[in-house]
Design a protein around this ligand. Structure first.
Ligand code: GLV
Ligand code: MN
Ligand code: MN
Length: 414
């Protein structure tokens, strides 16, 4: 007789600790950036745990990692559940790992109970979700859904490493995972993730049912002036791109977000060339991360970034160029899948609320090729992309239970 599949909370929390040790930082976070030695270590651990349980392990050409449990009908496309294992340089232990390990726990719970699902169920750890080492982010799900990846061959990482070399080494480090083509039909996709914002915690709601993800654009601004001697070049002779960049950033911080509370503008990386303490830089480059739920506002804000950078560059007799390195339109999730998640939370008597995701996720791309949904759980102080990121064990377990119930429903539709 089969038992009702149940999440083993202790096993799940132990797993989260074990993965948090891979790339652990002194401040309690993780540095497990995409395709690094640490990322390979986390992939290896997941593959080993999977093989021990008798699941099959696959990877594809972009190093997405899949753990498959067969269903009654092997010919049906699988239900896929999961998230990512790579992290920000000073990342938290839950961003991505929580969703991947809750998904793996759900798969183990099915196996513990010897519960048969109609469709195969696959856990996925998408490759390079973060994009902080090798931009763009969500590379794994983009490639999986058919994005043109030819330009990626020449990508060089923030640390100077070659994406092509690191990707090849990452795949080679896991020979147990047989290679399969990148991309395949899916019956459905569910991703659990920490909210990465404060709403659920503030409203004492353990489960967020995500209805949509807002759009993201990444820009790379380069302002070029003239290198010069720091000690001898008087104000009238300077063409200082740093002054222009600082003025542009300051103006953008005061004109975009204060009047539009839905807008997000972040400058997360800046560099000066040649980067010498006693030289006026030749050029300054900085990144701009833009988010907005409304595409027309993203267009307007991007145009404003162009205007402001050009104007401030001109004041300093410099020039500005802007390259769009990433454009991810927002997406709405499938009403049927949203209903499945809500019914799962209801059946567990867990309060829940519908919400829009401020962060992007692999689910955004997968939603284009399969019915998709996301489950959010609260994180302390809404903190994420921060080593202090924290999720209460009870919220981890509640999220995993909702994921398991929703997965059972989605993998064995009535
Ligand atoms: C994902 O990590 C994001 O930046 O939204
Ligand atoms: Mn994430
Ligand atoms: Mn992240």
């Amino acid at each position: 007789m089969t038992r009702v599949p149940e999440i083993n909370g202790e096993r799940l929390l132990g797993r989260l600790d074990a993965f948090a040790r891979i790339g652990a930082t002194a401040a309690g976070g993780v540095n497990r950036q995409a395709f690094s030695v640490e990322d390979r270590g986390a992939r290896r651990l997941l593959a080993e745990l999977a093989l021990e349980r008798g699941f099959t392990v696959f990877q594809d050409g972009i190093a997405n990692l899949f753990v498959r449990r067969e269903g009654r009908d092997a010919a049906l496309p699988p239900l896929m559940i999961g998230s990512h294992l790579d992290s920000q340089p000073t990342g938290g232990r839950f961003d991505g790992a929580l969703g991947t390990l809750c998904a793996f726990e759900a798969l183990e719970a099915l196996e513990d109970a010897q519960a048969a699902t109609r469709m195969p169920v696959e856990v996925v750890a998408w490759a390079n979700e973060e994009g902080s080492r090798f931009a763009p982010g969500v590379m794994g799900s983009m490639a999986f859904t058919g994005a043109d990846v030819t330009a990626w061959a020449s990508i060089v990482g923030a640390d100077g490493a070659s994406l092509a070399t690191e990707l090849e080494a990452t795949i080679a480090a896991l020979p147990e995972a047989s290679l399969r083509p990148t991309g395949m039909p899916l019956s459905a996709y569910i991703e659990l993730h920490i909210e990465q914002g404060p709403a659920l915690e503030k409203e004492l709601t353990p489960i967020g049912v995500v209805t949509a993800v807002q759009g993201t654009r990444w820009l790379e601004v380069s302002i070029t002036g003239a290198a010069g001697h720091a000690g001898t070049t008087g104000l009238a002779y300077r063409r200082d791109p740093m002054v222009a960049a600082v003025a542009a950033m300051h103006r953008l911080q005061t004109t975009i977000m204060p009047p539009d509370t839905s807008a997000r503008l972040t400058v997360g990386r800046i560099s000066a060339q040649p980067g010498s303490i006693n030289a006026i830089p030749q050029s300054v480059t900085f990144t701009v991360d833009l988010r907005h739920p409304r595409p027309e506002r993203l267009d307007a804000i991007e145009a404003e970034v162009h205007r402001v950078c050009a104007a401030e560059a001109e004041v300093q007799h410099c020039s500005a160029t802007i390259r769009r390195s990433f454009d991810m339109p927002g997406a709405a999730f499938s009403p049927d899948m949203i209903k499945i998640v809500e019914e799962a939370a209801n059946s567990l008597q867990l309060p829940h609320k519908q919400m829009i995701s401020g962060a992007f996720h692999d689910a955004l791309f997968i939603a284009r090729v399969a019915p998709a949904a996301m489950i959010f759980v609260p994180c302390r102080d809404g903190l994420s992309h921060n080593e202090a990121e924290y999720v209460e064990p009870e919220h981890t377990i509640a999220g995993a239970r909702v994921l398991l119930r929703a997965s059972i429903a989605a993998a064995s539709p009535r």
